[in-house]
Design a protein around this ligand. Structure first.
Ligand code: F0G
Length: 462
């Protein structure tokens, strides 16, 4: 792509908040330096997540207006079901309010205590829902997936030899097998079609049901088209359809590649499992023709699932992410290579070698980006996964990353240029960045509510 430009024009706009540095410092102080505790009205560029933050199209809004909000047998459900079946080729379509509801229902119906569920990397809600019903979630991502600087094009692949050994070793104790496309936990890295085919064949041979976590299926299909030998002439839609054809079902957070703010689904081939899932759905989400959604949400998802496979959109989306990653690299800010599908991940350990893991280099970078220009990002490192030990030492996370997740169709290319300008200003004064002390550590999921103190009060003179 030459000049990167949005393949849409803008009909409705939303002002972005502007703040002064003094105000941002005050907001940070009030939030205990935790960006989850900062109000969105105090954020200029919100790159916290790509989930539920997409801008919807006029076609989606129009479809919402003409939805059929009947309790049973809604016309909107028929439209939604037809769309999902056409895309996935999977018979039973069960709408849920978001991805984790599909996960909860799937695992409640399939996982008994002590049983295992392998994947490349489970997303946190997937892992938590498996563990909640007493199961064991295992990650079998390929070796390249652990190396932030490796240029391997499919770092989301499952290690096939490991999977074979795993299924033999745990024969009879594997509830189902999964794969996440793209692999969010591993940096939004894609899974190749060759790997999907092989994984599907291995699961099948071992008699294990294979379910895809398909949140970002279109971005994964695009990267297959771009990167995998022999796939360049196929459409993203054709590739996506083949991916689904290899599975026995999928969980889907519509908040990503269905381009909506809320919604999801579970799709299953097995009629008996689908019946069990629908029974549970009625108990906790709603009647099977609306699940956890309003009919208008189903209409918006149906349109979004078609729009997301538009190749002009996918080309632009990926070009923007690549541009942001390349821009950061040019500023001397190392990122996880190659750029993934929905986000750019800064390698804070490499960028800020003077800040030890126990002083949270990722948190320092995230705070600096906010302080400098109102950019909100998410630390994925020792704040999230680190643990102080009883002997006073600190168990650090394997990687110290900062995620810049790009909401879909929300920011323009000039916004990305401004984000790079701010990152450049941070890079110029990187020696002035120092660490944080965690002054309040909640027992679970510390990143949401932990509080911090800046070492030597560096933020005031940054
Ligand atoms: N699976 C993956 C790979 C995800 O990235 C997410 C959500 C889910 C499942 C759960 O879906 O939020 O609709 O319940 N990821 C968001 C993120 C929260 O920021 O990466 P959900």
């Amino acid at each position: 792509m030459g000049v990167i430009f949005e393949p849409f024009k803008i009909k409705s706009v939303e002002p972005i908040p502007f703040t002064t540095r003094a105000e941002r410092l005050q907001f940070l102080d009030d939030a205990g330096f935790n960006l989850f505790q900062v109000s969105a009205t105090e954020v200029t560029f919100d790159l916290l997540t790509d989930s539920g933050t997409a801008a919807m199209s006029d076609a989606q809004w129009a479809a919402m207006m003409t939805s059929d909000e009947s309790y049973a047998g809604s016309r909107s459900f028929a439209t939604f079901q037809r769309t999902v079946r056409a895309l996935t080729g999977i018979e039973h379509v069960i709408p849920t309010h978001q991805g984790r509801a599909a996960e909860r229902i799937l695992f409640a119906c399939t996982v008994k205590p002590g049983m295992r569920v392998p994947s490349n990397n489970h997303f946190d809600t997937t892992r938590a829902n498996i563990e909640y019903v007493g199961g064991i979630a295992d990650d079998l991502v390929c070796e390249e997936g652990h190396d932030t600087r490796s240029d391997y094009p499919f770092k989301g692949n499952i290690d096939l030899a490991k999977l074979e050994r795993y299924l033999t070793e745990h024969a009879g104790k594997v509830a189902l097998g999964m794969i996440t496309i793209t692999n969010n936990t591993g940096g939004g890295q894609p899974v190749s079609l060759a790997n999907l085919r092989a994984v599907s064949e291995i699961y099948r041979r071992h008699g294990v049901r294979f379910v895809i976590d398909a949140c970002r299926f279109a971005e994964n299909a695009w990267m297959i088209r771009q990167r995998e030998p022999g796939q360049g002439a196929r459409s993203a839609e054709d590739i996506a359809k083949e991916c689904f054809s290899l599975s026995d079902g999928c969980t889907m957070s519509g908040k990503k590649d269905a381009l909506v703010n809320l919604g999801g689904f579970l799709a299953l081939r097995d009629p008996v499992l689908a019946r069990d899932a629908k029974n549970l759905l009625i108990l906790t989400e709603g009647f099977p023709t609306y699940g956890g959604c309003a009919a208008r949400d189903l209409e918006a998802m149906a349109v979004g699932l078609r729009e997301v496979l538009d190749e002009r959109y996918l080309e632009y989306r990926h070009a923007t992410i690549e541009y942001l990653a390349a821009g950061l690299e040019k500023l001397g800010i190392p990122t996880v290579r190659p750029a993934g599908g929905h986000a750019v991940f800064i390698d804070a350990k490499e960028f800020l070698p003077h800040i030890p893991a126990a002083r949270f280099p990722g948190q320092a970078m995230a705070v600096a980006l906010y302080l400098q220009g109102g950019i909100r990002t998410c630390e994925i490192g020792s704040v999230m996964f680190g643990k102080p030990q009883p002997d006073g030492s600190f168990h650090a996370a394997a990687l110290e990353l900062v995620r810049l997740a790009m909401p879909r169709r929300r920011y323009t290319q000039s916004h990305v240029d401004r984000i790079l300008e701010i990152a450049g200003e941070v890079a110029e004064r990187k020696d002035r960045l120092h660490g944080f002390e965690m002054t309040e550590r909640p027992p679970h999921l510390p990143h949401f509510t932990a509080k911090f103190r800046a070492e030597g009060d560096w933020v005031r003179s940054f």
